[in-house]
Ligand binder design. Structure first.
Ligand code: ZN
Length: 232
């Protein structure tokens, strides 16, 4: 959607999809055929990257339009296998217009040992992502257990670590989902640097509360959407 509330034309969405797909690959957040991007379209349709593609090579003519069951309406290639992760996100979050899944190495490394990526070590991160980034326990990608666990946390959070797997971010558009992925990886990198020289310290609790209030005032997070605070 544009700022006036108009629906963004499909060609612009396709251009954005190719741009961010390339960026995800250029940043080294995916290897081989990893990672996938989708955008919500009107009438329960979805624009999606195809399966079995290096994200650096995707062009506009490779993109797919899918129906609400994930069946291909337009495009030459097959949909990707992790599509259910995206569908769960759209169902859980009517405000979400785009979903991004990738394996950024530092944050994914954290997910492989069960260490959370902390937001409360940097003030800006609390405003952007809230008081924490939840980790959904490891389960086979796309399994019922994983989808159920994701559906539970997504109403509250815009970025989620998938145990021993990677990261999923949502946004009102692809740019926002991309920037959230960038921040998760950046935070993981800062935390890794901090751990290498000492013990990262959390910000004082009263400051975290103030930052969460700023988050709400910026129209971000579950409170701004009329939900309460996220469960601890
Ligand atoms: Zn994956």
């Amino acid at each position: 959607m544009t700022e006036r509330g108009d629906v963004t034309p499909l060609p612009s969405l396709k251009r954005a999809m190719v741009l961010y797909s390339r960026r995800v690959w250029e940043r080294g957040w995916v290897a081989n055929h990893d990672g996938n991007l989708t955008v919500r379209l009107p009438a329960n349709k979805t624009l999606a990257t195809p399966t079995a593609f290096c994200k650096g090579d995707v062009t506009e003519s490779d993109l797919l339009v899918l129906d609400k069951a994930g069946k291909r309406l337009e495009g030459r290639w097959k949909p990707f296998g992790e599509l259910n992760l995206h569908m769960v996100a759209y169902r859980a979050r009517p405000d979400v217009g785009a979903v991004l899944h990738a394996h950024p190495p530092i944050a994914t490394g954290f997910s492989c040992v069960g260490v959370d990526v902390e937001t409360t070590i940097i003030a800006e991160a609390v405003v952007s992502l809230g008081a924490r980034i939840p980790t959904v326990p490891y389960a086979m990608p796309g399994s019922e257990a994983q989808l159920e666990a994701l559906a539970k946390v997504l109403p509250w959070f815009d970025a989620v670590l998938l145990g021993s797997h990677g990261v999923l971010t949502v946004g009102k558009d692809l740019e926002q989902a991309y920037l959230r992925m960038e921040l998760v990886e950046h935070l993981a990198r800062i935390q890794q640097a901090a751990i290498s020289v000492g013990r990262p310290r959390s910000l004082p609790e009263k400051d975290v509360e103030r930052l969460l209030q700023k988050r709400k005032e910026a129209g971000l997070g579950p409170e701004a959407r009329g939900l309460g605070s996220p469960p601890p």
